[in-house]
Design a protein around this ligand. Structure first.
Ligand code: SF4
Length: 152
């Protein structure tokens, strides 16, 4: 990973280097969960079903470097996508910074500890099932934003 500038997370997203962009992720794992889109209304519901590559215990991608080979539609977040998609959680570091809001104090860049995203109840670690075991998606609808209102 390249050099990270001091307090880079306070800079506008467009000013971040690639390494800084990658380092901004809080590691919550929420964008690695399946969503159900209503074909008629376009409304999106969250689930607790994890991408097959997500380690459900740690909420980390088990093969981040090669993920596109296994999951071709895995979305690499870019500034344009962050500003466009409605489904990033309100706690997501990219969404917060796109809205010019500060990171939460449980973000590892602030706390200095990668575990605080779990203590704050924001990480999906240990709270999701893999898509390979899940069965019908309709049984797995979860309102994550309601679940973490205390943290956001
Ligand atoms: S939702 Fe945002 S902060 Fe959480 S893992 Fe995805 S990109 Fe990172």
């Amino acid at each position: 990973m390249g050099e990270l500038r001091d307090q880079f997370w306070e800079l506008p997203l467009a000013k971040l280097t690639r390494a800084e962009w990658e380092a901004l992720c809080d590691g919550c794992g929420r964008c690695c969960l399946q969503k159900i889109e209503d074909a008629d209304t376009g409304a999106i519901e969250d689930t607790n079903i994890a991408c097959l590559l997500l380690d459900t215990g740690s909420a980390q991608c088990s093969d981040y470097r090669n993920r596109k080979a296994f999951v071709p539609d895995c979305l690499r977040l870019t500034l344009a996508i962050v500003e466009d998609v409605p489904w990033l959680p309100k706690t997501c570091a990219y969404r917060l910074r796109a809205e010019n809001k500060p990171l939460h104090d449980w973000h590892y860049l602030i706390s200095g500890d990668r575990e605080t995203v779990k203590h704050a109840g924001v990480s999906v670690a240990g709270r999701v099932v893999s898509e390979t075991d899940a069965g019908p998606m309709e049984h797995h609808i979860v309102d994550w934003d309601a679940a973490d209102d205390g943290a956001a």
